[in-house]
Design a protein. Structure first.
Length: 252
């Protein structure tokens, strides 16, 4: 009852051996791992900027779109014991069309190959025309310097037939952590509280507390976050490196 062309199972079923794998190079995607702290902000349809290692020397950047987000975390943890989720980003052909060349026989050659390494910046939110400063200009300070410790109270002196002396003391209010920048005024650094918004790797949005055109101190992390104090004198050695608050796009 077997006809020509039909597949017949033998007495022992064996898993088939893969002969070859055919890839559709016209639809390329990047698979990236996203930290659990950031995955909640990633949505289907988010745009992304992709840098492929093979084209970094040519300053090529490509655009993509998020097409899939894993519902479960990866089984293997990273070296830092961080939980990550896989996100798939499809590369848009228009962003690399200028790299497609005609190959032998008139067949187009795609600039990407399976297995290449790439890095992805997923843009979860974008704002235009907002006030922003360099990320290195924003730090945090506590208001503990303004918190005064309560004076001891409720002291009772012991006496005959009385208990020993006791005293009660109210706990000092907890210090509040706030984001600040140091504006440069009359050659001195002036600590100024601000409210921030979205950020990228270079700039951060300032929602309030700062006016456009204000000169702010920006430098190494330790210098701004630890060393610089309110009222310290500031010497500008290179005017070109002095950062100014500007109305720029900020996105993350």
């Amino acid at each position: 009852n077997v006809k020509k062309g039909e597949r017949v199972l033998g007495t022992v079923q064996m898993a088939g051996t893969e002969i070859m794998r055919i890839a559709n190079l016209n639809n390329m995607e990047v698979r990236v791992s996203v930290n659990e702290n950031d995955i909640i902000r990633v949505q289907l349809g988010d745009s992304a900027e992709v840098e492929v290692d093979s084209y970094t020397t040519q300053n090529e950047k490509f655009t993509g779109i998020v097409t899939a987000i894993a519902n479960t975390a990866k089984d293997a943890l990273t070296a830092e014991a961080v939980t990550e989720f896989e996100v798939r980003v499809r590369l848009l052909p228009d962003s690399y069309r200028h790299l497609i060349k005609a190959g032998p026989g008139g067949r187009a050659t795609v600039p990407f190959r399976p297995g290449m390494t790439a890095s992805v910046d997923i843009i979860a939110e974008r704002k235009a025309g907002v006030l922003s400063v360099p990320l290195a200009a924003v730090t945090t300070r506590s208001d503990s310097a303004n918190v005064k410790k309560e004076e001891p109270g409720g002291i009772r002196i012991g006496g005959p037939g009385r208990g020993t002396a006791t005293k009660t003391e109210r706990a000092a209010p907890k210090a509040k952590i706030e984001e600040v920048v140091f504006i440069i005024k009359d050659g001195k650094a002036v600590l100024t509280p601000v409210k921030t918004g979205i950020s990228d790797f270079q700039n951060i949005e300032i929602k309030s507390g700062l006016a456009a055109g204000t000169e702010v101190a920006s430098g190494p992390f330790r210098a701004v976050s630890k060393t610089l104090k309110d009222g310290n004198r500031v010497v500008v050695k290179d005017a070109a490196s002095l950062s100014k608050a500007s109305t720029d796009d900020a996105g993350k």
